[in-house]
Design a protein around this ligand. Structure first.
Ligand code: FAD
Length: 578
C-alpha cells in the first residue's frame, strides 16, 4: 500500500479544485496535492462555453446588488442571501484576478473586458436584460482551466492525474485523507492529509439526455453521503433549454445572449407567451418548462419532441467570432450550418443545484445548525453553499466555482495553521479495497452499461422536468431493482491495468446513490419551486417549504430528512415573474 503525506489534498482539478490549490500553494511551506480521475485540463469546466457573470458594468450600467437580486430571484428565493451577496460582490474581483493571471477575455473596442447578455441577468432589479457575462468567445471555461492549471504548475502543486478517489478518511471527528485507485496500475494509494477538499463536479449522467461528460457521476457527493454527511436540496436539478436534439450537447445560452431565438413548428417565437419581459433570456427552468409545454401541446417541430434554435437572422461574422465552438458543433454533429438553417434542440440535463452542504468558507457542515466537520471542504458543482437555490442562472456556476473555490483555499490555509495531523487507522484503505474486490469478483450476469442506461432513461421519464408522486414512487421501485441487479454484475475485464470496466462499475454505484437522493428529495418536497416542478403540487409553498432539505442515509439503510432555514437578508420572497 502506497501512503502519501500532504498538508492539503484536493479531489478534482476543475475550476473549483484548481482555484483552491492555487490559493494554498501561495504558502511556500504547505504541501498541496490535487487528485483527478481525468487529466486536469479535461475536467468539465473546460466545456463551459458562454461566460462568467460579474457586474463590471463595462458595456452598460450594472451593480453587484442587481446581480445578487437576480441570483436570489432566479433561485426562486431558496438561495442563501449571505452567500449570494458574497458571490455577486466577489465575482468582480475574481474576474479581474483571472485577467491578471493571463486569461484572454474578449475585449470592447476601448480595451475593457467584453460582456454579453445571459438568461435571468437584469438591470434595475428585473426591468430588462443586462450585459454581465464576461467571455472568451464561447470557450470561457477552457480558458479558465488552462489559466489556473498553469498557475498551479508554476507554484509546484503536486498532481496525481488519473487517480480515482474511492473513499474519504475521517478519524476522531476530523477529515484526514482519501483513498484512491491508480488507474494505470490498479494500485491503491492512501493520501494522509490535514485538510481534504472535494471539488468533483456534477452528476448529469443520472439522466439520458445530458450536456455532461461520461465522467460526471457524482463521486464526491456519493462518497460523502456514504460517510454520514447529508446531501442538501438534491431535488433541484437543472435542465438547460438548448441541448442538441437527442445528443444533449449544449448550444450555450450565449447563443440567445447574442440574439438567437427559439421557435416552434409554426415559426412562432413562443417565449413571448411565457416571459414577455425577458423572452428567450428568461431563466432556464422557465424556458425548459415552456419548451416541454409546447411539445406536449403538439407544437414541436413536425409534432415531434424538439424545437428550433434560430440563428439565421444573425450575421455570419458574429457567429464565427462570438460563437465559433457551438456553431461548429452544429456542423459536426448535425451537418447543419446555423447561419442558414435552424438547429433542432430539446432540454438537456445540465446542473446539480444541490450537493454536499457547506458554509460560505467551503467548510462541510453536518446538520441544520451548520456544525462543521473539521478539515473537510467542498466547492464547485458537487457542493451546495447555497447560491443557486432552486435554479441556477447561467454564468453563475463559473462564478460559484471560483469565488467559493478561492474562499475554501483561503480557509484551508487558516485551518492548517492550527490543525494537528490526525493519525490514520490501521489499514485505512480496507473499505475501498473491499469495494473494488467485490466488483472484480462478482459472478452475476448483469452488464454495467445496461444498468446505467436503464437508470438514465427512467430518471428522464420519472424524475425529469415535470414530476409527480406516482412517477417518483415508480422510480424508487426501479432504483430498488437496479440496486439488486447491481449486486449481480459481471465485468468483462477482471484485470487491474487501466480497467475502465471496473471504474465504470464503481461509478454506477455513485450514480445510483445520487439518483436515489434526488428521487427521495423530489418525492418529499410537496411544492413546485424553480427547477422542481411537481405537477400534483404546482404552486410554490413558502409557508411549508421555504427551507433547505438535508437528506441522510443512516447506517441501517433508512433515510432521514432534516431542514435548514433559508438565510434571507435583503430580498423578501415575492412572486417570480419575468
Ligand atoms: C457544456 C457545458 C457548458 C457550460 N457553460 C457554462 C457557462 O458558460 N457558464 C457557467 O457559469 N457555467 C457553465 N457550465 C457549468 C460549469 O461549467 C460547471 O458547473 C463547472 O465547471 C463545474 O466545475 P467544478 O470545478 O465543480 O467541476 P469539474 O470541472 O466538473 O471538475 C471535476 C473534477 O473532479 C474530478 N473527479 C471527479 N470524480 C473524481 C474521483 N472519484 N476521483 C478523482 N477525481 C475525480 C474530475 O477528474 C475533474 O477534475 C457549463 C457546463 C457544461 C456541461
Amino acid at each position: 500500500m502506497a501512503v502519501h503525506e500532504f498538508d492539503a489534498v484536493i479531489v478534482g482539478a476543475g475550476g473549483a479544485g484548481l482555484y483552491a490549490a492555487m490559493e494554498l500553494s501561495r504558502q511556500a511551506d504547505l504541501r498541496v496535492a490535487v487528485i483527478s480521475k481525468l487529466y486536469p485540463t479535461r475536467s468539465h469546466t473546460g466545456a463551459a462555453q458562454g461566460g462568467i457573470g460579474a457586474a463590471l458594468g463595462n458595456m452598460e450600467e450594472d451593480h453587484w446588488e442587481w446581480h445578487m437580486f437576480d441570483t436570489v430571484k432566479g433561485g426562486d428565493y431558496l438561495v442563501d442571501q449571505d452567500a449570494a451577496e458574497i458571490l455577486a460582490r466577489e465575482a468582480i474581483e475574481t474576474v479581474y484576478d483571472l485577467e491578471h493571471l493571463g486569461l484572454p477575455f474578449d475585449r470592447t473596442p476601448d480595451g475593457r473586458i467584453a460582456q454579453r447578455r445571459f438568461g435571468g441577468h437584469t438591470h434595475h432589479f428585473g426591468q430588462g436584460p443586462v450585459r454581465r457575462a464576461c467571455h472568451a468567445a464561447d470557450r470561457t471555461g477552457h480558458m479558465i482551466l488552462q489559466t489556473l492549471y498553469q498557475q498551479c504548475l508554476r507554484q509546484n502543486v503536486r498532481f496525481f492525474n488519473e487517480f480515482q478517489v474511492l473513499d474519504l478518511l475521517v478519524e476522531d471527528g476530523a477529515a484526514c485523507g482519501v483513498v484512491a485507485w491508480e488507474i494505470l496500475t490498479g494500485e491503491l494509494h492512501t493520501f494522509h492529509a490535514r485538510a481534504v477538499m472535494f471539488a468533483t463536479g456534477g452528476w448529469g449522467r443520472i439522466y439520458k439526455v445530458t450536456s455532461n461528460a461520461h465522467t460526471l457521476t457524482g463521486d464526491g457527493a456519493a462518497i460523502c453521503w456514504r460517510r454520514g454527511i447529508p446531501l442538501e436540496d438534491m431535488e433541484f436539478y437543472q435542465f438547460h433549454p438548448t441541448g442538441i436534439y437527442r445528443l444533449g450537447i449544449l448550444m450555450s445560452e450565449a447563443a440567445r445572449g447574442e440574439g438567437a431565438v427559439l421557435r416552434n413548428r409554426y415559426g412562432e417565437r413562443f417565449m413571448e407567451r411565457y416571459s414577455p419581459t425577458l423572452l428567450d433570456l428568461a431563466p432556464r427552468d422557465i424556458i425548459a418548462r415552456a419548451m416541454i409545454t409546447e411539445i406536449r401541446e403538439g407544437r414541436g417541430i413536425d409534432g415531434k419532441d424538439y424545437l428550433h434554435l434560430d440563428f439565421t437572422h444573425l450575421p455570419r461574422q458574429l457567429l464565427e467570432e462570438k460563437l465559433p465552438d457551438i456553431t461548429s458543433f452544429a456542423r459536426i454533429y448535425l451537418g447543419i450550418d446555423p447561419a442558414t438553417q435552424p438547429v433542432p434542440v430539446q432540454p438537456t440535463a445540465h446542473y446539480a443545484m444541490g450537493g454536499i452542504p457547506t458554509d460560505v468558507w467551503g467548510r462541510v457542515v453536518l446538520d441544520e445548525k451548520n456544525t462543521v466537520l473539521p478539515g473537510l471542504y467542498a466547492a464547485g458543482e458537487c457542493a451546495c453553499v447555497s447560491v443557486h437555490g432552486a435554479n441556477r442562472l447561467g454564468t453563475n456556476s463559473l462564478v460559484d466555482i471560483l469565488v467559493f473555490g478561492r474562499r475554501a483555499g483561503r480557509d484551508m490555509v487558516r485551518y492548517l495553521r492550527e490543525a494537528e495531523r490526525v493519525p490514520l487507522r490501521h489499514n485505512p484503505d480496507s473499505d475501498a479495497r473491499e469495494q473494488m474486490e467485490r466488483l472484480l469478483r462478482s459472478e452475476g450476469k448483469e452488464k454495467v452499461a445496461v444498468l446505467r442506461q436503464e437508470l438514465a432513461e427512467n430518471m428522464m421519464e420519472y424524475c425529469g422536468i415535470f414530476r409527480d408522486e406516482a412517477g417518483l414512487r415508480k422510480m424508487l421501485e426501479i432504483l430498488g431493482d437496479l440496486r439488486e441487479r447491481y449486486r449481480r454484475i459481471r465485468l468483462d475485464d477482471r484485470g487491474r491495468i487501466f480497467n475502465q470496466d471496473l471504474l465504470e462499475a464503481w461509478e454506477l454505484g455513485c450514480l445510483l446513490d445520487v439518483a436515489e437522493a434526488t428521487v427521495r428529495s423530489a418525492l418529499h418536497r410537496t411544492e413546485s419551486r424553480g427547477a422542481h416542478m411537481r405537477e400534483d403540487y404546482p404552486k410554490r409553498d413558502d409557508e411549508n417549504w421555504l427551507k433547505h432539505t438535508l437528506l441522510y442515509r443512516k447506517p441501517d439503510g433508512t433515510f432521514e430528512f432534516r431542514y435548514k432555514p433559508v438565510v434571507i437578508t435583503r430580498f423578501q420572497p415575492q412572486a417570480r415573474t419575468y
